[in-house]
Ligand binder design. Sequence first.
Ligand SMILES: NC(=O)c1ccc[n+]([C@@H]2O[C@H](COP(=O)([O-])OP(=O)(O)OC[C@H]3O[C@@H](n4cnc5c(N)ncnc54)[C@H](O)[C@@H]3O)[C@@H](O)[C@H]2O)c1
Length: 275
Amino acid sequence: MANAGNGLLAGKNGVIFGALNENSIAWSIAEAVHREGGRFALSNAPIAKRLGTVDALASRTDSPVLWADATNDDELAELFESAKKTFGGIDFVVHSIGMGMNVRKDRDYEDLNYEWYHTTLDISAVSLHRVIHHAVESGALNDGASIVTLSYIGAQRTFSKYSEMGDAKALLESIVRSFGYRLGRRGIRVNAISQSPTRTTAGSGITGFDAMFDFADRIAPLGNADAESCADYTVTLLSDLTRMVTMQTLFHDGGFSTMGISDDLIHALKDVLGT
Ligand SMILES: NC(=O)c1ccc[n+]([C@@H]2O[C@H](COP(=O)([O-])OP(=O)(O)OC[C@H]3O[C@@H](n4cnc5c(N)ncnc54)[C@H](O)[C@@H]3O)[C@@H](O)[C@H]2O)c1
């Protein structure tokens, strides 16, 4: 739903991690934050200079790009020093980073390459800890700030092909609670949005993604939530309207997480099974 914006984030400054290309959830979030009057630096891993189109988003939203590998402490420390110089202080952080090494290379859960598994956890979960740590340590993070990360229901339920990423998201959601508790005394909030399957580079790296997408879409009463609606929801969490919400995993999934089975799926299964 395109609109002219309501100035919900006017006067707020932040850092948005994870916009790679137009399909990225973080790309839509950056556009929605821009629409609502927020200012931000974009960040991604240096390798994304070659693989993505971050500079185009930066010029569209008049934002600096601060390159940093989210598994590298020195690069994150430098990033938050520069964000502090640019903005004075920051009021929000969006962490939209994920990568499943074994998933990507089609390695079964029973036979994980542990070096890759470690990298998966580091990129997809521990990076949130590092980001928050450096945002606080640098003195860049203002009291009352809001931090949002992106998760998936595979953190809490088993989705066979989601494999190691379920473990990574479980850790991510735990870090949300652990840091949310510790930052609460400064009025700083930390939440995860558990988003529907969404067609992005990370999403399509999962074998069986189309089946997961279709299954969720047939079950969710509202259908799957797309990246644009996720961006609108994120805006509310970055705004002061949700200032008493913290330590939550908030489902943004068209109702999927509360459903069992739907008529649509029953009919589809009947066709397949001939029952
Ligand atoms: N696509 C989906 O179906 C879906 C559903 C629920 C949650 N999510 C989550 O949303 C988030 C964003 O993913 P997306 O679907 O927009 O895909 P995406 O591929 O567009 O975004 C993933 C981002 O992570 C970045 N990244 C990877 N390694 C990094 C590193 N070492 N340092 C810094 N950045 C790094 C990539 O460059 C990319 O920009 C991820 O956490 C993902 O797990 C996605």
